[in-house]
Write a protein that binds this ligand. Structure first.
Ligand code: AMP
Length: 378
């Protein structure tokens, strides 16, 4: 089988690697160069989008900000999974909020801001602090304004109105800041026949707004059930096919949806070592109409993102149960360059190994991650 992935980054690369043993070939459409290439050897170019669509038995996406004309061309072929509407929903917070309310999924109270009147309504409805988020192109905390005191309101509105004036397709969501205990996410998949499988919830730690550590959670049945219920309702409602991630805020014993990603997700990278079938293989299985693989946790596993570094001490590999996945990208400050998965036979062993890996990570670049791991695992 042949699969075309819209987007040619690390997620397409990991999908290609994961399904090679199944004899499934993955090609990637690079939205920058508008060329279809080999995600494992990007210098190998195969042709344009039309040729890529022709080649593919199934088409999917590795990110939600794909140009709408590209999505339309793929949808017309009848091969695109998930649907273009599902992909667009993940890329537009207004559509996302609409979907959440349709399936009655708990989320932070919010108001859509498009003019001064709706800004005033947001100020009257929500209490401080308020977070304003751009509807489009917001990810990893980009395109956000935080309003903590009334004195900042005028300045915030000036910035928001300028932002809206600069792009007539944009919108703003004003959202109540939630006093959460932690952020968790659920990654799962729905197959063509409606079969659903989800991985265990993952606890997520962020550094400067970017995911930096994910820990697969065990023994969190109550939260797992809540999250699975949201996942099931939401994916059934839109007849979703493929992998989808839901990010949540945990407030007490309740989960509030923060956002959804209609694709494989950074917080699911641990599944490469912690599950029988990783999210990348399961995503391709889902969009190709194959049976989904086991999503249970087979051993406690955590993931550490490598941000802005293109080399690490090789001694890390001498810590048992450790795998490094590099993405082959050019180094840039803060860029996701790779990740480290660490596994143990039990939680105590995983903690020991995480501490051992953390000792090898350069303190200057990994100080926040090291502090988190030390607090969590000591
Ligand atoms: P997002 O791009 O929506 O994931 O937001 C980036 C980060 O901002 C999240 O990971 C949270 O740490 C924080 N954040 C976003 N929305 C809220 C909210 N309503 N309440 C509290 N923190 C938030």
């Amino acid at each position: 089988m042949n699969v075309l992935v819209l987007g040619a980054g690390q997620l397409a690369r990991m999908m290609a690697l994961a399904v090679k043993p199944l004899n499934i070939e993955v090609r990637a459409y690079d939205v920058g160069s508008k060329q279809v290439l080999n995600p494992l050897a990007p210098q190998q170019v195969f042709g344009d989008l039309t040729a890529g669509i022709e080649y593919a038995d199934a088409i999917t996406a590795e990110f939600e900000h794909v140009a709408h004309d590209v999505l339309a061309a793929c949808e017309t072929s009848g091969k695109l999974k998930p649907s273009s509407q599902a992909i667009k929903t993940g890329g537009d917070r207004r559509l996302e909020k609409e979907l959440l309310s349709q399936c009655q999924a708990a989320n932070a109270q919010h108001v859509i801001v498009s003019d001064k009147q709706s800004f005033d309504r947001a100020m009257a409805t929500l209490s401080l602090p308020i977070i304003f988020k751009s509807a489009l192109e917001g990810y990893d905390g980009k395109g956000q304004w935080r309003l903590k005191s009334l004195e900042q309101a005028q300045q915030t509105w000036l910035e928001l109105s300028q932002f809206l004036a600069d792009n007539d397709k944009q919108g703003i969501i004003a959202e109540q800041m939630v006093p959460f205990q932690r952020e968790v996410s659920l990654v799962g998949m729905r197959g063509k026949t409606g079969e659903i499988k989800v991985y265990p919830l993952t606890e997520n730690h962020h550094t400067d707004g970017v995911l930096s550590v994910s820990l697969a959670l065990e023994n969190e049945q109550q939260l797992q059930d809540q999250a699975t219920q949201v996942f099931t309702k939401l994916t059934n409602m839109i007849d979703y096919v493929g992998t989808l991630a839901i990010e949540f805020f945990q407030v007490g014993d309740k989960l509030l949806v923060n956002e959804i990603a209609p694709r494989v997700h950074n917080s699911g990278h641990w599944t490469q070592q912690g599950a029988d079938t990783c999210q990348f293989a399961n995503h391709i299985r889902a969009v190709c109409g194959l049976p989904l693989g086991n999503t249970e946790l087979i051993r406690p596993t955590a993931m550490i993102n490598i941000l802005g570094q293109d080399a690490l001490p090789t001694e890390i590999l001498s810590v048992p149960g450790t795998a490094i996945h590099w993405y082959g990208k050019t180094k840039r400050a803060g860029r996701k360059m790779g990740h480290i998965n660490v596994s143990g036979n039990c939680q105590a062993q995983l903690n020991e190994r995480l501490l051992a890996v953390s000792k090898q990570l350069p303190q200057a670049e990994f100080s926040d991650i090291n502090t988190y791991i030390t607090a969590k695992c000591s």
